[in-house]
Design a protein around this ligand. Structure first.
Ligand code: C2E
Ligand code: MG
Ligand code: MG
Ligand code: MG
Length: 280
């Protein structure tokens, strides 16, 4: 993707941040500047009811609107932001911004949409996280039941106890936590049992294989059935085709998300989406 390799540019490197130490220093400086000059923006992707196609909530996904490079995907900068600690101010900005935008959207429309914000493990486990969530809600006026947080299984790396305690505090406020990218981390069944969470999001890498691979299909069906027995809601991420949609509907998945319905879009485009997205 890097077209120019001048002294002041760094190489895009999908999934791994910058390519070399020098590049990562440059990227880190650019991230700093981007934070200071408001180059970030948030896109929203709907989650639809598997049966009716009605939009039930949206996921907030950060974008970097780079002055020269255009819209940059999080895969290109989140890993580095995590390694430099810049994910903390960035993550807090996304939380605040998404709460504000969705609170305003809900005030001016008949449909009330909850928003899900991705939270890096580093951010989630910080002492001031809960206070920051409270602040974002207070400043935006978004009711806590309209905020959801998405964390991945990596949040459990240093043990489950602090995570469970925090999730309980969040739940008490009415804020739900979903397990994102489920199945790709060190998914342990005891974690799934012990975490006070109400939603699992099956990773896209499973969804696009259920139709062709019996073992994947068995895992997907198993997770859906198991989660339902634990009163959890299951989301399928990355639905691109009607065949995938029909397959997940048949397997009793609750919510669907993917390009089949809508790509992540800016707030203005989200506003104009119909209440229902294609169901066949
Ligand atoms: P995620 O939370 O699992 O988000 C889903 C990703 O899948 C998004 O990529 C979305 O655009 C993409 N996606 C959705 N439907 C489809 C589909 O049908 N096909 C395909 N091929 N892709 C689909 P995106 O926006 O590039 O974000 C990538 C990851 O970056 C996210 O994965 C999340 O882990 C992270 N991320 C995004 N925003 C934030 C943020 O504000 N904070 C943190 N900590 N991480 C974020
Ligand atoms: Mg997510
Ligand atoms: Mg995900
Ligand atoms: Mg994913």
């Amino acid at each position: 993707q890097a077209k120019r390799k001048g002294r002041n540019t760094w190489q895009w490197y999908r999934g791994g941040g910058a390519k070399s130490t020098r590049d990562s220093v440059l990227l880190r400086n650019e991230l700093q500047k981007a934070l200071e000059t408001n180059q970030f923006t948030v896109y929203y992707q709907p989650l639809v009811d598997a049966v009716s196609g009605k939009i039930r909530s949206v996921e907030a996904l950060v974008r970097w609107n780079h002055p020269e490079r255009g819209m940059v995907s999080p895969g290109d900068f989140i890993p580095l932001a995590e390694s430099t600690g810049q994910i903390i101010p960035l993550g807090q900005w996304v939380l605040k911004h998404a709460c504000q935008e969705i609170a305003r959207l809900n005030e001016n429309s008949e449909r009330m949409l909850p928003v899900a914000v991705n939270i890096s493990s580093l951010q989630f486990l910080r002492e001031d996280f809960l206070a920051n969530v409270d602040k974002a809600l207070e400043e935006s006026g978004l009711p806590p039941q309209f905020l959801e947080l998405e964390v991945t299984e990596s949040v459990l790396l240093d043990g489950a106890e602090p995570v469970i305690a925090l999730m309980q505090s969040l739940n008490k406020r009415g804020i739900h936590v979903a397990i994102d990218d489920f199945g790709t981390g060190f998914s342990s069944l005891s974690y799934l049992r012990d975490l006070p969470t109400h939603k699992v999001k099956l990773d896209r890498s499973f969804i696009n294989k259920t139709l062709t691979d019996r073992r994947t299909a068995a895992i997907v069906q198993g997770v859906i059935t198991m989660a339902h027995h634990m009163d959890m809601v299951v989301v399928a991420e990355g639905i691109e085709t009607v065949e995938e949609q029909n397959d997940l509907v048949r397997r009793n998945c609750d919510l669907l998300q993917g390009y089949r319905f809508s790509k992540p879009v800016p707030l203005e485009v989200l506003k104009a989406l119909p209440d229902r997205l294609p169901v066949e």
